[in-house]
Structures are given as C-alpha cells and as structure tokens.
Design a protein around this ligand. Structure first.
Ligand SMILES: C[S@@+](CC[C@H](N)C(=O)[O-])C[C@H]1O[C@@H](n2cnc3c(N)ncnc32)[C@H](O)[C@@H]1O
Length: 289
C-alpha cells in the first residue's frame, strides 16, 4: 500500500509557524525535556549502533536532542549534523551547544524531505519524536537513506498509542470534552501519527530500507515536577494544546484545570511526576546488497 499523507503548502506553513512558536518553550524546558525523554535517546543510540568516531545525522533535532547527547558518544573523532526546519529551534540548539563548548556539532536549517547533503555523507541518521511531523514521510526516509553510507542505519523513535501515554492523554481527554478538535484523518500529523505498530515500519520499507525492525519501548517519564509545573509545561510546549486552550472561554479554564488535576493525581506522588509511557523505535538499513 502506498502512503499518501502529504501536506498542502498552507498546512506546511501553519505547522512550521507552530514549531517556530514552540521553540522558545522547548528552550525554556530543555533540562526537563532532556531528562524526561532520555530513555528514547538511549534507545535510538542503541538501535542505530552509534559509537565513537561516527558521523551522525539528526533529523528534527528541536531544542537539541538527541544531537547534544550523541555529540559526546561519537567524541572528537566523530561528528553530528543537527537539522530542523524551524529557525527558532536551530538557534536554541546551537546556543546550547555553544554554552557546552561542543565542537563536533554542525547545524543546518532544513526539512527532512529535502536534505542539503551529498549522497553517502553520514554513517547513520536518527530522528527523535520528529518523524510524525514529516511533510512526506516516504520521501523523508528516502532522503535519510540517500545521505548515509551503504550498510548504515536509519532509526526513528515515535510515540505509541494515546491510551498508553497519559502524559498526553490526561490533558487532551479533558480539553476535548470542552473544545472540538481538528478533524481526524488517517494521516493526521499529530504525536500519535505512527502509533499503530507496523505503520512507520511500512514507510521505511516503501522508502527502500532493508532489515526493518520495530521495537516497543516501555519507559517512565520521570522528573521532580509538581502538577502545576506539568500543566504549565504541557500547555506551553504543545501547539495543539495552545490552540485549544485559546478557544476555551476564560470562565472554563479553572474547571478544565481542576478536572485534569483530578485525573492526573495518581501520577504525582511526593513531589515527583511519574507517567508510564510507550514508544516505538523503528530502524532499517541501507543495504549494499
Ligand atoms: C516533538 S519535536 C522533537 C524535537 C527533538 N528531536 C526532541 O526529541 O526533543 C519535533 C521536531 O520536529 C521538527 N519538524 C517538524 N517538521 C519537520 C520536517 N518536515 N522535517 C524535519 N523536522 C521537522 C520540529 O521543528 C520539531 O523541532
């Protein structure tokens, strides 16, 4: 089955504007983001077999992960090429790399489906929580395969189903009772676009990847944050939530927040947030045979 879920130019601009607005919040919460999603970075590094001396491409690097972590794994003999289409994200990641004194990372503002690199430039290509937002996922994976060496790995980590990820659903389910969501279609570009097992794997196969493997990763999203901090973080970082919150009448806000607090109570114990979470890591190889 061929995968058709391309975006119109208007949709592309709207999505990019939303990421551009998100950039300042992803920068604000960078320490928490790094901590909360660290298991995803470790999973990607393992699945893509990233090690000392490799040249790694990061696609949709946001405020800097997994690029910043991979920079220390590949060391001074290796290198990382961070990419993202949102200028604000690129600036934020670049500033952080500068603050940390990292010298083996380069930065390019570009979209996954049009990578400005010659064929066979990198050893591997990875994307953490970005594949769901690619304009044309098959084209993007073809591009990733084009720019890596024969035998290299491409690995993407995406969210599993909404029901297994209360970090998202605990707010979305309440807000959706008050505000109508955007119309759903099978190719909707939201965090759960590739939650169905096999979907992203099929895209990798369609793009020509060999030995495609899908691994389910169960982990905990853990950090020393209160419900109040979680509420602020989620409603600022997510473009979809920002849009929906703006459509609530001011008088509805306390009711919505209290309903979310009630639903989320069991995930906040003794000043620590602890959500069960599920992701999928989908990998394939550019085969020489
Ligand atoms: C959920 S964030 C993940 C960022 C980072 N990788 C992380 O895990 O913290 C998704 C990122 O995908 C980027 N993105 C959106 N559309 C993209 C595209 N067409 N190509 C590459 N990246 C894209 C966004 O700008 C954003 O930085």
């Amino acid at each position: 089955m061929s995968y058709q879920a391309r975006m119109t130019p208007e949709e592309q601009n709207k999505a990019l504007d939303s990421w551009q607005t998100s950039a300042r919040y992803w920068d604000k919460y960078r320490v928490l983001i790094e901590q909360m999603f660290a298991p995803l970075t470790s999973g990607l590094i393992e699945e893509a077999r990233i090690g000392i001396g490799q040249k790694v491409l990061d696609i949709g690097g946001g405020s800097g992960e997994p690029s910043l972590t991979i920079s220390s794994i590949v060391g001074p003999t290796g290198s990382v090429m961070y990419t993202d289409p949102a200028a604000g994200m690129v600036e934020s990641a670049q500033a952080e790399a500068h603050r940390r004194g990292l010298t083996n990372i380069r930065f390019r503002q570009c979209s996954a489906d049009d990578l400005p690199f010659p064929d066979r430039t990198f050893d591997v290509a990875v994307g953490r929580l970005s594949a769901m937002f690619f304009v044309d996922p098959v084209k993007a994976v073809r591009e990733a395969l084009r720019v890596i060496l024969e035998g290299g790995y491409v690995s993407f980590v995406v969210w599993g189903p909404k029901e297994a990820n209360p970090f998202f659903s605990v707010i979305a389910d309440v807000i959706d009772r008050f505000v109508e969501g955007p119309p759903e279609d099978s190719g909707a570009r939201d965090v759960f676009r590739f939650a169905v097992p096999g979907e992203l794997a099929g895209i990798l196969q369609q793009a020509g990847a060999k030995h495609v493997v899908e691994r389910r990763l169960d982990f905990q999203i853990e950090a020393a944050v209160s419900f109040e901090q979680f509420w602020q973080l989620r409603t600022e970082m997510s473009g979809t939530l920002r849009e929906k919150m703006a459509r609530l009448a001011p008088a509805q806000l306390p009711t919505v927040k209290q309903a979310v607090a009630d639903a989320a109570r069991r995930y906040f114990v003794s000043g620590t947030m602890n959500f069960p979470a599920e992701a999928l890591i989908v990998s394939g190889r550019k085969s020489a045979v």
